[in-house]
Design a protein around this ligand. Structure first.
Ligand SMILES: Cc1cc2nc3c(=O)[nH]c(=O)nc-3n(C[C@H](O)[C@H](O)[C@H](O)COP(=O)(O)OP(=O)(O)OC[C@H]3O[C@@H](n4cnc5c(N)ncnc54)[C@H](O)[C@@H]3O)c2cc1C
Length: 489
């Protein structure tokens, strides 16, 4: 049995200790949170959930799936860091990611495997970053190893503040609103400005990378950067939205109280990024190509598709239970709506399987899923997922408002709850419990944020669709039309 002091896959306790002992600047309204983050009501629930994910890695029955042997220390390290060389490696990655996604019913989008997948792929493609005076290639591979061996969790931010989308960052009234290079010193690169959005400000480190969709031009040189710093970096601030966790009652807010990851605007107040943490510097061409050329986009899309399949399955289960509980499952329109969600689950799984069946070794030596199904999954998901909340609302109807706070269970009105809240397939308490979960998944502030997240987390769906249109090789299809147009009778 390994001791916690070893490098490699960490326990939940180790994560929580790290979280509480790492100084950081998180703004929650007028409150400046600098320590003991896991004790804060806005973060405690999700911190506990992340700790539980870490603990899964160390469960004897799961370690084979959740960890592999570090190539440097031979200690077990998290499977999402595994650089897949074979189809078996790829299958192991999928199994690990699915186990984590199922833990939250796919409600946590930013479990560590998302960005671990990205940095894993970039490290394999380290030559892409260049070996000039600063040897960015070696910076990337050392950073990957550092994150892997310490089992860190990353947040990231790709997008400039939403000031004026009609022009790029250099054309804003204040060219220092978007985070950019302000200076270069012997200690590192000084970054000034802001980025949005960073989900999970309780991470250990933040990666700043170019968007997977938006392209930079020569005007954008000072903004064309990629780097990573610890959340404790001097001058780094996270400005959080209101918490949607709604307190600690898992009865009242079964999803929000556990899985509200938080989102923050990130301010870089002259943050010094040490030279060994700089990956791309004032280089629009590399910034534009990094996600595609390194394969990072494929592995992030792979993780996202696993989670999306898990979420579609969970939502289908949830709405089936809602329908069955009140005896609405026999109505054909209810069946049709739930069938649509089942079809979404099968669609995502089909994309996933197809991507894995078509996996090939990429130019950097990684067994890489076929991007065509994953890019399709990435584009179709924002069209499918928003329907889930609608189906829950159409099915649960007024029952979604028959959800008194937990205190009712011990109140004088309990006999009324037992009598009037019972349903065909559940007693009063169980029905309220289920319908609270259904509301949390579809209509609470947490549910609303889930809807927004699924629409946007992987980029603006409009520009993703344009990018898909340009990327897709439509020529063979056109050829068939041309051939038929001019076929002699
Ligand atoms: C809940 C949530 C969590 C997120 N977490 C993260 C995170 O952890 N890390 C991270 O980096 N990002 C995160 N994001 C941000 C995400 O990457 C962006 O939402 C996404 O890239 C779209 O950018 P935007 O939100 O700035 O929208 P905008 O670009 O401001 O778009 C606003 C509207 O204008 C339209 N529009 C804007 N520009 C154009 C254009 N040039 N052509 C056509 N239409 C245009 C869009 O279609 C949209 O309708 C998160 C987003 C959400 C909602």
């Amino acid at each position: 049995m390994r001791t916690e002091a070893l490098m490699g896959a960490k326990s939940g306790r180790e994560f929580l200790q790290r979280l509480d002992s790492t100084p950081r600047e998180i703004w929650y309204g007028d409150e400046k949170i600098t320590g003991s983050v896991s004790q804060h009501p806005a973060f405690g629930g999700v911190a506990k959930s992340i700790a539980a994910l870490y603990d899964m890695q160390l469960k004897p029955e799961l370690t084979d799936v959740m960890t592999y042997e570090s190539p440097t220390t031979h200690d077990p390290v998290g499977t999402s860091f595994l650089q897949p060389r074979t189809r078996e490696d790829l299958a192991k990655r999928t199994a690990m990611m699915k186990a984590w996604a199922d833990f939250s019913g796919g409600m946590m989008g930013r479990t560590a495997d998302y960005l671990n997948s990205s940095i894993m792929a970039m490290a394999a493609a380290k030559e892409f970053f260049g070996k000039g005076e600063r040897d960015f290639a070696s910076n990337v591979s050392k950073y990957y190893e550092y994150v892997r061996e310490n089992d860190l969790i990353l947040t990231h931010t790709l997008i400039n503040p939403q000031t004026n989308r009609g022009v790029g960052p250099s054309k804003q009234a204040d060219p220092f609103i978007a985070a950019r290079v302000a200076d270069k010193t012997p200690d590192g690169v000084v970054i000034r400005g802001a980025r949005m959005l960073a989900t999970l400000p309780i991470a250990d480190e933040i990666m700043v990378f170019p968007s997977t969709v938006i392209r930079s031009g020569q005007d954008d040189v000072p903004y064309s950067i990629a780097f990573a710093v610890p959340v404790s970096a001097r001058g780094l601030k996270f400005i959080c939205r209101e918490s949607f966790s709604e307190g600690e009652s898992t009865f009242d807010h079964p999803l929000a109280s556990r899985f509200d990851e938080q989102d923050a605007v990130v301010v870089f107040d002259d943050v010094v990024v040490p030279w060994d943490r700089v990956f791309i510097l004032e280089d629009p061409d590399r910034a534009n190509r990094v996600n595609d050329a390194t394969g990072a986009i494929v592995f992030m899309a792979h993780q996202a598709t696993v989670r999306e399949a898990a979420k579609a399955e969970f939502m289908a289960g949830l709405m089936t239970m809602v329908a069955e509980t009140i005896g609405a499952d026999a109505f054909p329109q209810v069946q049709e709506r739930i069938t649509n969600v089942l079809l979404s689950a099968e669609t995502m799984k089909a994309f996933l399987r197809s991507s894995e069946a078509g996996a090939k070794t990429n130019q950097w030596g990684l067994m890489t899923p076929d991007y065509a199904p994953l890019n399709s999954a990435r584009n179709i998901w924002p069209r499918l997922a928003p329907d889930f909340a609608a189906v829950i609302k159409q099915t649960g109807a007024s029952g979604l408002m028959a959800i008194p706070p937990e205190g009712i269970l011990g109140s004088g009105a309990r006999p009324d709850l037992d009598r009037y809240f019972q349903a065909k397939m559940a007693d009063g308490e169980e029905r309220v419990r289920l319908f609270k979960m259904a509301w949390d998944a579809s209509g609470s502030s947490f549910g609303g944020r889930q809807d927004l997240y699924e629409r946007f987390f992987f980029g603006d769906p409009v520009r993703m669709a344009s990018a898909y249109y340009s990327w897709y090789d439509k020529e063979p299809y056109k050829q068939r039309v041309k051939e038929l147009l001019h076929r002699g009778d």
